[in-house]
Design a protein around this ligand. Structure first.
Ligand code: XIL
Length: 448
């Protein structure tokens, strides 16, 4: 008895000391652990980004996922020449402007893509003679870069200018303007926006090989000549099981030239259908790519080419292949997501849950919304979804979740029957609400 009492006493003292320690810790609160790739990237001072077209951005669950998980947006198609200057001197920046405004409103930075390329460039450009082509290139760069001056983190100034064997691509640019067109393009871009990082961007330059040697020599020469180049973008449209072993070393050699490096269009495609073994292999490949970049100081971030398999360009260009991105067609995180999560420094091995919000019906003054909650790789036993209504919307009736409202802030919690979700499992809840001036989709967050 005595001994037992003594032990209880010691426990009490220990507990009291622990309490003091906790109190001390509370006075200097540590930053909350990130729950998204965006948060992890912010904490590391790097970025995780995605491309987005206007169509993708208008897909509400995609947008809310992109806002939640990424801190960098590359405009997918709307800044290309065929979109911005479809006929000589007639510029249209409307669609790209809308994406720039939306990303800025969501606190995301932007990469501009792309100024000089042999694809998605109108016929009228390709048909010009040498002097006119040079003038058109200068004018295009000057006008577009000046339009976005001060608003973009970086520009892909020249895209895909090399052949696989490491010689300059025999594009109409090269054939009419000669090798010097690349330096001319960078100089024109710098003059129009001295604050944007200027990138050379290409595919199949992730490992050390003839093509990346060609780019390496170009960058070295440009630097020697004082041409303003700040970065090399490795697109990284990769194939399952074929991430080059020399990727990290290759990134390092470019950084050693005095430029930064970014992974600009990452996707890792596989023969369809996707199944567990391939998805696990893909996760290992994502780990390899992310570690290659994040392991080199000077590799500033990774962008995937779209975020979910729903919007990937892969199936339309490589028939029979796909499933190349970290989220599946229903926006559920795949093993590749968890691989990125760990590579960016996330703990716990998996994230907890993801929520996507969609307005599924809207009428004058009212609307109905559905929120889908999806577990990460580990099963969960309860979830909480949060968002804020910035435009005065109010909930009138709801189902499948317990709601709490505090001003504009909404919290929805699982109920006894829908809190437990298996790995990758999902459930939905919903509500009807009222709206007045506007009813945009809020960014939602999920915790389990
Ligand atoms: C792709 C877009 O995703 C498609 O929508 C479009 O039809 C073709 O271009 N390298 C690049 C990107 O630099 O601009 C390409 O984007 C993919 C390959």
């Amino acid at each position: 008895m005595v001994r037992s009492t003594w032990r209880i006493g010691l426990h009490a003292v220990t507990a009291a000391l622990a309490g003091l320690t906790t109190l001390a810790a509370v006075q200097v609160p540590a930053a909350a652990a990130p729950t998204t790739l965006r948060g992890l990237a912010d904490a590391r001072g790097v970025y995780f980004g995605t491309s987005s077209t206007v169509n993708e951005w208008n897909d509400a669950p995609y947008r809310s996922l992109a806002e939640r998980e990424t801190n960098m947006i590359t405009v997918g198609n709307e800044m290309k020449w065929d979109a911005t200057e479809p006929s000589p001197g007639r510029f249209d920046f409307g669609p790209a402007d809308s994406l720039v405004a939306a990303a800025k409103a969501a606190g995301q930075r932007l990469r501009g893509h792309t100024l000089v390329w042999h694809n998605q460039t109108p016929g009228w450009v390709q048909e010009l003679g040498t002097a006119e082509l040079r003038q058109a290139m200068q004018n295009h760069i000057r006008t577009e870069v000046a339009h976005y001056r001060g608003q973009l983190y970086a520009w892909d100034v020249v895209n895909e200018a090399f052949e696989e064997n490491g010689t300059l691509r025999q594009s109409f640019w090269q054939q009419k303007l000669g090798d010097g067109y690349i330096a001319e393009a960078f100089r024109a871009a710098r003059a129009a926006d001295p604050g944007a990082k200027l990138y050379y961007n290409d595919y199949n330059i992730e490992g050390i090989a003839a093509k990346s040697d060609g780019v390496y020599n170009l960058v070295r020469t440009l630097k020697q000549q004082g041409v303003p180049i700040d970065g090399v973008g490795m697109q990284a449209h990769l194939i399952l099981g074929a991430v080059p072993d020399s990727m990290r070393q290759n990134i390092q050699r470019f950084v050693d030239l005095g430029v930064e490096v970014a992974i600009t269009e990452l996707d890792i495609r596989m023969p369809l259908p996707a199944e567990a073994t391939k998805l696990a292999g893909q996760a290992a490949d994502y780990t390899k790519v992310a570690q290659a970049c994040l392991g080199v100081t000077g590799c500033v971030g990774i962008t995937t080419w779209a975020l979910s398999d729903k919007h990937s360009w892969v199936p339309s260009v490589f028939p029979g292949e796909g499933a190349a991105l970290p989220f599946d067609e229903n926006f559920r995180p795949k093993p590749a997501y968890n691989a990125l999560w760990r590579a960016y420094g996330g703990t716990g091995g998996t994230r907890t849950c993801v929520a996507t919000y969609a307005v599924i019906g809207q009428w004058w003054g009212g609307f109905q919304a559905e929120v889908r909650v999806t577990a990460g790789a580990a099963p969960i036993t309860g979830w909480t979804v949060n968002w804020a209504f910035a435009e005065g919307q109010a909930i009138t009736s709801s189902w499948n979740a317990a709601f709490a409202t505090n001003g504009a802030a909404i919290t929805a919690r699982s109920l006894s029957y829908n809190g437990s979700l298996g790995s990758g499992g999902s459930t939905t809840f919903g509500f009807t609400g009222s709206w007045t001036a506007a009813n945009s989709v809020p960014a939602v967050s999920c915790a389990a």
